[in-house]
Design a protein around this ligand. Structure first.
Ligand SMILES: Cc1cc2nc3c(=O)[nH]c(=O)nc-3n(C[C@H](O)[C@H](O)[C@H](O)COP(=O)(O)O)c2cc1C
Length: 182
């Protein structure tokens, strides 16, 4: 049975958080277990670039990344949900990714499935979230993960705007189920 980790890139109980909960509910219907983490609300020190993890395979910092790394390792698929910020991913997700370097070093992320979702406040034609998707995909490519699905949600400014997109969310959940079960 597939295990999924959903990583929420926004600290508020907003669109990213609400989408994560909806996806968890939908996946549960097919008995797919998912866990949600919000790195921005955890204690995570910034990567100093010391590169000790290249030697030891672990970070010297003792913080919530220890538990996050366990969750990443036990998951078959990672779903990143980022609010679009200046047409790129959120700072919280960048900090989280930097701290995954010990796993990159050991090749432990290789072939893990990744799903990238970006949420934007504007319409596609007005302001793009392509940069956010690109940033997530660049990380996956470097870590040799497999990006199996990407999705962009537009016109989500207020915290609950995404909840009006019930059909899009159901379609996304169905696509995720297909991609993680093959
Ligand atoms: C600092 C900052 C930068 C943002 N930049 C963009 C942007 O480039 N394009 C866009 O469409 N929305 C942008 N937004 C709006 C958020 O992407 C949008 O409100 C999103 O739904 C927030 O997700 P959340 O509810 O999960 O926090 C920005 C918001 C903030 C706070």
């Amino acid at each position: 049975m597939s295990k999924v980790l959903i990583i929420v890139g926004s600290r508020r109980e907003g669109n990213s958080f609400n989408l994560a909960n909806k996806l968890k509910e939908e996946l549960k219907k097919d008995r797919i277990i998912s866990k949600i983490i919000t790195p921005g609300n955890q204690k995570i020190y910034l990567c100093t670039g010391c590169m000790d993890c290249d030697e030891n395979g672990a970070c010297d910092f003792k913080d919530d990344m220890e538990d996050n790394i366990k969750k990443v390792l036990e998951s078959d698929a990672l779903i990143f949900i980022t609010p679009t910020r200046w047409n790129t991913l959120s700072g919280d997700l960048k900090i989280f990714m930097d701290r995954l370097n010990p796993l990159y070093t050991k090749g432990s992320l290789k072939d893990k499935k990744m799903i990238s979702i970006a949420i934007a406040s504007k319409g596609k034609e007005e302001y793009s979230s392509d940069g956010a998707i690109y940033a997530l995909s660049s990380f996956a490519d470097s870590a040799k993960m497999k990006v199996v699905l990407t999705r962009q949600f537009n016109n989500c400014l207020d915290a609950t705007d995404i909840l009006e997109k019930e059909d899009e969310i159901k379609e996304l959940a169905s696509d995720i189920k297909k991609k993680i079960s093959c």
